[in-house]
Write a protein that binds this ligand. Structure first.
Ligand code: PHE
Length: 340
């Protein structure tokens, strides 16, 4: 009996399992209900009583041996099957949805590129600003209405007054404080105003600020730079016009209109039948601002301008509701493909 068991163990060890068919043959031959192991247990009753315990133990080992081989080959065949499938080079790949760039990012990049071509560098500043950088250095008188709670989100009032910046002009101040002329910089960024959200107003939006400081910078340089910008952005036919305006930090100041690209200045509801669209504010940097930022206003002059990215995007892509930009509606966003 013991010799037979040893022989069966050798048979088990030598049995070649190479596929599911031979695995099943193995199971039937050794572990099936009419298989060898079961048979051997059946013969236990003819074993003399005093050997029963020892032989029973050997038979248990035999069964375990067969079961272990079966289980390990079964597992090997299963993992081989699944890894074979992952090696199937003809299977279609997993599809990853490619997102699209946000229209505001597209327009911001375009504006940056246009100014980089004429030597402007990009600079950035914090969205949480102190009173000095957002207002005081920019020549806002203490009682100016723009400091009013209506417009500004204050974070801390009093001595260490902190607020969400209301415009990117705060970055002008930081650049002038930290570098020497000549300065040519544009500063894109998010700004905040305490306004009720509607199709035409939002509590946050994006601006691009421009600043040029050097010796003998004139208003003519400003006009030429803005005309170049309008033609690059809206096409060779674009014209600009300047209307006198007021900003505390520029003198003289102007608002700039571009000829309506939607109706070719014939008159439409976007330009309110005037043929012109307002796109930015600008002016010569007020000498008070230069001095506040440590630049000698007798030696240097310069100009600044600021525009809203949402406004330009509205004109380029005919988006007429500001809220669409921040609602994350995929149906809106996917219209702007990466190449656009
Ligand atoms: N900061 C102004 C605004 O937010 C725009 C501006 C920038 C005007 C620079 C003149 C010069 O409306």
């Amino acid at each position: 009996m013991k010799a037979t068991i040893d022989k069966i163990i050798t048979d088990i060890d030598q049995f070649v399992i190479k596929d599911t068919k031979s695995l099943e043959d193995f199971r039937i031959q050794f572990l099936g209900s009419k298989g060898i192991v079961k048979n051997m247990f059946g013969e236990l009753k003819s074993v003399p009583n005093e050997e029963k315990r020892e032989v029973g133990q050997l038979l248990n080992n035999l069964r375990l041996h067969a079961e272990t081989k079966f289980a390990s080959f079964k597992e090997q065949l299963e993992t081989a099957a699944s890894s074979d499938a992952s090696l199937d080079l003809s299977r279609p790949g997993d599809s990853d949805e490619i997102g699209s760039r946000h229209p505001l990012s597209l327009v911001r990049s375009e504006i940056i590129e246009i100014f980089e071509r004429i030597g402007y560098a990009v600079s950035e500043g914090p969205e949480i600003e102190d009173d000095w950088h957002n207002f005081s250095a920019l020549n806002f008188p203490p009682e100016h209405p723009a400091r009013d709670m209506q417009d500004t989100f204050f974070i801390e009032k009093g001595e260490n007054e902190m607020a969400l910046r209301t415009h990117t002009s705060s970055v002008q101040v930081r650049v002038m404080e930290n570098s020497k002329p000549p300065i040519r910089t544009i500063s894109p960024g998010r700004v905040f105003r305490n306004e009720a959200i509607s199709a035409r107003a939002h509590c946050f939006f994006h601006q691009v600020e421009g600043l040029y400081i050097d010796k003998n910078v004139s208003f003519a340089d400003l006009k030429q730079t803005l005309l170049y910008f309008a033609k690059e952005l809206f096409g060779e036919k674009a014209q600009i016009r300047l209307r006198p305006s007021y900003f505390p930090f520029t003198e003289p100041s102007a608002e700039v209109d571009v000829s309506c690209t939607i109706c070719n200045s014939k008159g439409c509801n976007v330009c309110k039948y005037s043929g012109w669209l307002e796109i930015l504010g600008c002016g010569m940097v007020d000498p008070n601002v230069l001095e506040a930022c440590g630049i000698d206003s007798k030696e240097y002059s310069g100009f600044a301008f600021g525009m809203g990215i949402e406004r330009i995007t509205q004109l380029k892509y005919k988006v007429n509701d500001l809220r669409l930009y921040s609602e994350n509606d995929v149906r809106f966003l996917k219209q702007f493909t990466p190449g656009m």
